[in-house]
Design a protein around this ligand. Structure first.
Ligand code: GDG
Length: 476
C-alpha cells in the first residue's frame, strides 16, 4: 500500500457515497469546512485521509480521490450505535458542552470506543510513511494519538479538538478520565479552539496525572523513564472566507436574497438562525426571547420575521428527538398566537440547503442570531460576516461560542439572560446603518485575515516545530 508523509485521521472521510440513477456507485466531495481547509495541504503533500465512509457494514478498498489517498475504516451497525451515537454523541458531546444535556456513562459504549479507536490507529499506522506527520481530528478519536505513538514512535502526531474542553469539575465525572487524558497526550501538539479550553485541559492533566505544565508545555513521561514535551494550545479554526465572498458577489445569489425577502412578505427586518438541530445551540432560548418580544408588543410580525434553519442532526439519539419535539411545539405555539394571513413569526425549516442558498439567506438577514449555550467555535457566525460584502447586518453572538474571543465587534449576549437577549435583539433591529457598517467592517477584517488556510498552516507549523524539538533532544 502507498504510504504518505501527511495523514489526516477523522471520524468521516471527506467524501460521501452516492448511488446514481442506474445504481452505479461514486464518491462526491463532502461540503464540510475541514475538507476545504485541508484539500490544498493534502494535495501538496500527497496526503492520505483515514476515516469512515459514512455507511455501516460496507467494505471499501483504499482509493485515490482528487489528489488524496483515501483509507476507509469499516464500522458495523453496532459500532455506529455504541462508539458513535453512544460514547461520542451521548457521552462526550454533552459532557464537553457543560452537561447541557445529561451525559450517559455506559461501559459497553466505552469498550466499543476503545476498540474502534484502535482500528483507526491501526489504519493510520499502516498509511503513514516512516517519520510521517499524522493529524488526528476531534473527540471521536481521543485515544488514537497514544495508540499511534505506541505503534509508531517515529511519527509526529497532532490532535485538534473541535469542541470545548470542560472545566475540571465537570470533566472529572468521566469514569475514563485518566485514559482519555493519556490518549490525547500521545500527541506532540494538542490544539483547542479557545485559550480557556487549553487551560481546562492542562488543569485536568495536573489534577489527574500530576504532570508538570508550564505555559503551553506539558512534560509527559515516556515508558523508558525519559520525558518528552507536548504542546497544548489554542488554534481557533476558521472558514474559507474568500469562497463566501465569491458567492455573495454572484448575481444569481444576490437575486435570490431579494427573492427570499419578498417571499417573506418584505418585513422591515429579518432575523436569522442557522444551526444543526442541537441542544448546544440555544435555539429554544432564542425562540423564547423572540416569542416574548412579540408577546410584549415590542415587535410585530408585519415588522419582523425570524427564519430558523435547523438542519437535521443525530436523529437516532434520544436527546435530539426530544429537542426536536420541544422546538416544534414552541414554533407551533408562537406562530399560532402571532401569525397573520400574510406574515409569519417564525419560518422554521428542518432541512439542509446548498451553500448558495445559505449565502443568499445570510445576505437577506438584517440580524444573525448565534445564541449557543456552549460551542467550540461556531462557523456560522464567521460565514455570516464573510458573506456581508455590503458591510451591513448585525451579528448577535453568545459569549459561550468560541467565536466570541475573536469577534468583539459583535453584539455580545448571555443566552441564559432572556431579558438581556431581548434588549440585544431590539438593539440589533434598530441599529443605525453607520454603526452597522463600523462593526461589520471590523468583523470582516478579522474573518478575512484569519481564514482556514491560516489555521491549518499555524497548526502544521507548530507540528513541524515539535518535530525539530523532539529530534533535537531525542534523535530517533
Ligand atoms: C463543530 C463544533 C466548530 C448547517 N446547516 C447547513 C449547513 N450548515 C453548516 C454551517 C457551518 C457548519 O454546517 C456548522 O458548523 P458550526 O461551527 O456552526 O457547528 P458544528 O456543526 O457544531 O461544528 C463547532 C466546528 O465543529 C468546527 O471546528 O466551530 O463549535 O461544534 O459551516 O454553514 N450548510 C449547508 N446547508 C445547511 O442546511 N450547506
Amino acid at each position: 500500500m502507498t504510504q504518505a508523509d501527511l495523514v489526516v485521521v477523522a471520524n468521516r472521510l471527506p467524501v460521501d457515497r452516492v448511488v446514481g440513477e442506474g445504481g452505479e456507485l461514486s464518491w462526491r466531495r463532502s461540503p464540510g469546512g475541514l475538507v476545504t481547509a485541508l484539500e490544498p495541504v493534502m494535495r501538496r503533500a500527497d496526503g492520505a485521509w483515514v476515516g469512515w465512509p459514512g455507511q455501516p457494514d460496507i467494505d471499501v478498498e483504499p482509493f485515490e480521490f482528487e489528489g488524496t489517498f483515501l483509507v476507509p475504516v469499516r464500522l458495523s451497525a453496532e459500532d455506529v450505535e455504541l462508539y458513535y451515537e453512544g460514547m461520542s454523541n451521548d457521552t462526550f458531546w454533552p459532557l464537553y458542552h457543560d452537561v447541557i444535556s445529561e451525559p450517559r456513562y455506559r461501559r459497553v459504549w466505552w469498550d466499543s470506543y476503545v476498540k474502534v479507536n484502535r482500528r483507526f490507529a491501526e489504519a493510520a499506522a499502516k498509511a503513514a510513511a516512516p517519520g510521517a506527520t499524522v493529524w488526528v481530528q476531534d473527540y471521536q478519536l481521543q485515544l488514537v494519538p497514544q495508540m499511534l505513538r505506541e505503534a509508531r514512535p517515529d511519527l509526529t502526531i497532532g490532535y485538534f479538538h473541535h469542541i470545548p474542553f470542560p472545566a475540571y469539575g465537570l470533566y472529572s465525572q468521566l469514569p475514563w478520565r485518566r485514559q482519555v487524558l493519556e490518549g490525547l497526550l500521545g500527541a506532540d501538539v494538542i490544539g483547542f479552539q479557545r485559550v480557556a479550553d487549553a487551560g481546562n485541559f492542562a488543569r485536568a492533566v495536573r489534577r489527574q496525572l500530576r504532570y508538570d505544565t508550564k505555559a503551553s508545555g506539558i512534560t509527559v513521561p515516556n515508558p523508558d523513564g525519559t520525558t518528552r514535551r507536548a504542546l497544548a494550545k489554542a488554534f481557533p479554526i476558521s472558514i474559507d472566507a474568500q469562497s463566501y465572498v465569491e458567492l455573495a458577489e454572484r448575481d444569481d445569489v444576490k437575486a435570490r436574497a431579494k427573492e427570499i425577502r419578498e417571499s417573506l412578505g418584505n418585513p422591515r427586518k429579518i432575523l436569522l438562525g442557522v444551526d444543526r438541530l442541537d441542544y448546544t445551540k440555544g435555539i429554544r432560548h432564542r425562540m423564547k426571547a423572540f416569542g416574548e418580544l412579540l408577546e410584549d408588543g415590542r415587535i410585530s410580525v408585519e415588522d419582523v420575521t425570524l427564519v430558523q434553519v435547523a438542519s437535521p442532526s443525530r436523529e437516532r439519539v434520544e436527546a435530539y428527538m426530544q429537542l426536536r419535539d420541544e422546538i416544534e411545539l414552541m414554533v407551533g405555539r408562537i406562530n399560532g398566537d402571532h401569525d397573520t394571513m400574510g406574515h409569519t413569526a417564525i419560518r422554521y425549516l428542518h432541512q439542509a440547503y446548498p451553500r448558495e442558498e445559505m449565502v443568499a439567506l445570510f445576505m437577506a438577514a438584517d440580524v444573525m442570531l448565534v445564541t449557543a449555550l456552549r460551542d467550540g467555535m461556531n462557523l456560522v457566525a464567521k460565514e455570516y460576516v464573510a458573506a456581508r460584502v455590503d458591510n451591513r447586518g448585525v451579528l448577535v453572538l453568545s459569549e459561550f461560542a468560541g467565536a466570541a474571543d475573536e469577534l468583539p465587534s459583535a453584539i455580545r449576549i448571555n443566552p441564559h439572560d432572556i431579558d438581556g437577549m431581548k434588549d440585544a435583539i431590539l438593539r440589533a433591529i434598530d441599529m443605525p446603518a453607520a454603526e452597522q457598517g463600523r462593526r461589520m467592517r471590523a468583523l470582516r477584517k478579522k474573518v478575512l485575515e484569519n481564514d482556514v488556510a491560516r489555521w491549518s498552516r499555524a497548526f502544521l507549523d507548530a507540528l513541524a516545530d515539535a518535530r525539530r524539538y523532539t529530534q533535537y533532544i531525542a534523535p530517533r
